[in-house]
Write a protein that binds this ligand. Structure first.
Ligand code: GLC
Ligand code: MG
Length: 256
């Protein structure tokens, strides 16, 4: 076993089409992660676009390990425990700086191309819509400048060729991971992040976290990877959990 394989690390993964999507590979990955956590104290974090209630539905359907923390709703909520009802108040407080949810909703209401997502996905620090890829190209820049004219400095995240999230300036999956790294005292070089779509780009942008882009990644993430190559980012051949296993071996977090 190489030395790096016997030390704890922080494992962060998106769920849909990253950790979840290949049930057989997921079983193998779960076994390895669970053993690593038990032996070395490796931490497992899920970073999902789903609300906690939508996450609970997925957890009931799939074999997911209990995480050490849950980052839900595209990084706007951090739960110490996925059974916890209240997200970390320090994180919520940080996100509330300069955020005006009502103004974001009222501004977006002027765009008929934006169709609100279901109620469960509308959260205190996240307003979400469905929009086609064609409309997004034209609508997003206009919406962004109208929001800033109105004094709202927000982040627009387009994912999966259909989802638009409006978030506070200081919110995204990557910044939420940084919050946990600081809380737990874990360096980016001992952190691995895994993803497949646009809302995961932020995960790959924090320090030099080791990044695994699964082989089935969406074009928006593939394109970002092509434009931002780095030796600490790995584009896997394998899809979903199989791609994660491949990447963990590539970086030496797991011995073969
Ligand atoms: C998940 C969420 C949705 C969000 C999307 C992209 O599907 O349920 O609200 O827009 O991720 O971030
Ligand atoms: Mg995904």
């Amino acid at each position: 076993m190489s030395e790096v394989a016997v030390a704890a690390f922080l494992f962060v993964t998106d769920l849909d089409n990253t950790l979840v999507g290949d049930d057989y590979a997921l079983i193998e990955l779960n076994q390895k992660l669970s053993q690593h956590r038990q032996e070395y104290g490796t931490k497992i974090v899920y970073a999902t676009g789903r609300s906690r209630s939508s996450y609970n539905t997925l957890k009931a359907e799939k074999q997911l390990l209990d995480p050490d923390a849950l980052i839900a709703s595209v990084g706007t909520e951090i739960y110490d425990d996925d059974r916890d009802d209240n997200p970390d108040p320090a994180w919520s407080e940080k996100l509330s700086e300069g955020w005006d949810r009502e103004l974001a909703v009222a501004t977006a209401a002027h765009y008929s191309d934006l169709v609100p997502q279901e109620d469960s996905e509308q959260r205190p620090f996240k307003v979400s819509y469905l929009v086609t890829e064609e409309a997004a190209v034209e609508v997003l820049p206009r919406l962004k400048s109208q929001l800033s004219e109105r004094g709202l400095d927000v982040k627009l995240i387009f994912s999966g060729g259909k989802d638009l999230d409006i978030l506070p300036r200081h919110a995204d999956k990557g910044l939420a991971v940084q919050f946990l790294q600081q809380k737990w005292g874990i360096d980016t070089t001992r952190t691995v992040v895994c993803g497949d779509s646009g809302n995961d780009i932020a995960l790959f942008s924090v320090g030099s976290s080791r990044g695994i882009i699964v082989g089935n990644a969406r074009p928006e993430l593939q394109q970002w990877y092509d434009e931002n190559p780095a030796d600490y980012r790995y584009l896997a051949q394998g899809h979903c959990a199989a791609g994660i296993l491949e990447g963990l071996q590539h970086f030496g977090f797991f011995s073969s």
